[in-house]
Design a protein around this ligand. Structure first.
Ligand code: G3P
Length: 217
């Protein structure tokens, strides 16, 4: 399972990279705005800065909502760095652009996916990643994890190679449940990754080991 961090915050990205378990980064216009990164040039420079920190794939989202605009913007983003994955919205033009980029050998991530049907379309268009937003489904009393399970079944039925990127992951149990279902990737906040570390018996056990060592030394 790949671990992506879902942020545009450079220090959090560096922190996750330092842990040695980071496989990539996802961002979106809201996450860029949260870091105060505005304007096309600043956003592009920020993507390059992210690519300099991590070794893996970095999703960069197009703003255009028409096919021609997505193609132009997607090429500009892909040219920034070999690690860039072009992130496209799950609308008809996004599917068309996804098909185009997959034929060009440019990696894609279909975002804002909320149904198994949308995920099926993404796979048919050759998406590298599909991003079902599980937290936002949970927010409206719909089982986000169930969507991951449905997509897993459909992709396995036909051997689709599109990677299921569980997105809108909010906490550590989301990560564990996605791993149990077989999501290929999860993207979440740094806290969702760091939460995997925690167990009181680990802390108590370590304290005891060190206390016993100190007794004899
Ligand atoms: O990974 C998608 C993400 O950025 C949306 O997360 O927490 O705003 O639903 P959230």
């Amino acid at each position: 399972m790949k671990f992506f961090i879902d942020t545009a915050n450079l220090s959090q990205i560096a922190e996750a990279q330092k842990m040695g378990v980071l496989d990539g980064v996802t961002t979106n216009p809201s996450l860029m705005a949260k870091e105060g990164i505005t304007g096309a040039e600043n956003i592009k420079n920020h993507y390059k800065a992210i690519c300099d920190i991590v070794d893996g794939e970095v999703s960069a989202e197009v703003i255009a909502t028409d096919y021609e605009g997505m193609i132009k913007e997607g090429h500009e983003l892909a040219a920034l760095h070999p690690q860039i994955v072009v992130k496209l919205p799950m609308i008809k033009a996004g599917i068309q652009a996804c098909k185009y980029f997959s034929q060009q050998g440019i990696k894609t991530n279909l975002t804002l996916v909320f149904s198994a049907g949308q995920a099926l379309l993404a796979a048919k268009a050759g998406a590298t990643f599909v991003s079902p937003f599980i937290g936002r489904l949970d927010d409206i009393s719909t089982d986000g994890l169930n969507l991951i399970a449905e997509i897993r079944q459909i992709y396995d039925n036909y051997g689709f190679e599109t990677q299921i990127l569980a997105a809108s992951v909010r906490h550590t149990m989301h990560v564990i449940d996605c791993a149990k279902i077989g999501a290929d990737v999860m993207t979440g906040p740094l806290s969702s990754i760091e939460g995997l570390l925690k167990h009181p018996l680990t802390d108590i056990g370590l304290e005891q080991f060190l206390a016993d060592y100190r007794k004899g030394n």
